[in-house]
Design a protein around this ligand. Sequence first.
Ligand code: CDP
Ligand code: CDP
Length: 216
Amino acid sequence: MVPSNKVIAIDGPAASGKSSVATRVSKKTGFLHVNSGLMYRALTWSALRADIDTNNESKIIDHLNSIEMECIKSNDSLLLHIDGNDPGEELKSQEVNRSVSVVAAIKEVRSELVKRQREYLLISDIVMEGRDIGSVVFPETPFKFYIDASPEVRALRRRGEGGVDDLRERDKLDSSRKVSPLVIPEDAFVIDTSEMDLNEVVEKVLSELNNKGLIT
Ligand code: CDP
Ligand code: CDP
C-alpha cells in the first residue's frame, strides 16, 4: 500500500445522502470517488440476470469468482462493467434493492470485495462511501464520517428519486448481519442531516476536513 495516499470514509444508512456528499467532497478535494455499494449491487444484478437464487451462498460465491468486474474511470468517479456490460441504472432497480443486502451479508463476498476496495488506495487518494468503510475497510483513516437522517426523511428522499426501495428492510439486514454490520465507528464525525440541506452537510464535512488539516 502507498502510505501517503489518503482515505475519506463516509458511512451511513440508505438514502442518508452519502453519494451526494461524496460526489461533492471528491470535487473539492480531487480525491477519487468510490461507491462501494455499487460493487455489491453489481454482483447482485449479475446474479439475478444469471437466474441464480440470491439466497444460495455457494452459488453467489461461485458467480463472483466467474465474472469480470471492471472499474472504469468516468470524470471523477468510477463506473462498473460486468463482463463488458454496463448495468447503468439497473443497479438501482427494485429487484436489486430487494436482494442486495442478502448478497452483501455473505462473508466470502465481503472479504473479496473489501480486498478490491482496499486496492483503490494504490492508485489514488479516495473518498469511499458504504457501510463498513470506517469500521472495517479503512479503520486506520482519521477522516471518518457517519451520515444519518431519520427513517422518515430518508424514505422521503428516496421516494423523491423515484423507484421502489424498502429502506427499513435493507437497514435492518445491514445493521444485524454477522459480518461487518453497519455501525457508527467510534472515532467517526457523526452528522444528523434530517434537517440539513445538501450544501450544509457538505460544508460541515469540509469544515471538519479543514480542522483536521486535510484541506485548507
Ligand atoms: O445508496 P444506498 O445507501 O441506498 O445503498 P448502497 O450504498 O448502494 O448499498 C447497497 C447495499 O450494499 C447496502 O444496502 C448494503 O447491503 C450493501 N453494502 C455493504 O454491505 N457494504 C458497503 N460498504 C456498501 C454497501
Ligand atoms: O447515497 P445515499 O443512498 O446515502 O443517498 P443519496 O443518493 O446521496 O441521496 C438520496 C437523495 O436525498 C438524493 O436525491 C439527494 O439529493 C437527497 N438529499 C437531500 O435531499 N438532502 C441531503 N442533505 C442529502 C441528500
